[in-house]
Design a protein around this ligand. Sequence first.
Ligand code: FMN
Length: 198
Amino acid sequence: MRKSLSKEVFNQLFTEARSHHHWTKKPVRDEDLKSLYEIIKYGPTSGNLQPARIVFVRSEEGKRKLYPALEGMGSNLGQVQSAPVTAIIAQDPLFWKEAPRLFPRMDVKGMFENDVAFAESIAYRSSSLTGAYLMIAARGMGLDVCPMSGFHNDIIDETFFKENSWKTNFICTIGYGDDSRLYSRDPRLTFDKACRFE
Ligand SMILES: Cc1cc2nc3c(=O)[nH]c(=O)nc-3n(C[C@H](O)[C@H](O)[C@H](O)COP(=O)(O)O)c2cc1C
């Protein structure tokens, strides 16, 4: 029987975790990014089809390739320039090709093969979730993150995914945040506003 994790764990993952916009100089090791993937790959996805694809951009050359996608997007360019890593969370439109191996107990390949819009919606939903698993797992590892949708998708797709037609969902900076530069937490909706029982 599993038991609830400690309050301290939930504080680190949720209630005290912040979206960081400024970064310390502490680097993130490639081994940590590999460990991060080894955790998030177990997060559930539709039909276990794992449509998310992730590029961890951390070299100077890779980062420079990202910058044109952030032009005109306010502080986002500076945030990506200063973050040790920016993850591109993308989705593979042809994710369903692996269906026979990844979901062997049911023949689902045809559902996606013949319906591009349905496949796209499934890929978007599951890759968004994988991105959320990435953020939570990174926080669990003591890292900080900031998800971002303020960028030009088409430029990232053209620059990074020309050969395989992957589509960018969102980007997420990863590193060790500078707590001294956080602004105060914005309000959250109450239970009664955001939820209801039926
Ligand atoms: C899907 C998504 C897109 C976001 N896009 C941006 C962005 O483009 N630039 C940015 O600085 N922060 C971005 N954020 C961060 C949010 O502004 C931040 O999570 C929110 O204000 C809550 O802040 P907190 O986590 O520190 O409480 C984004 C967050 C999400 C989930």
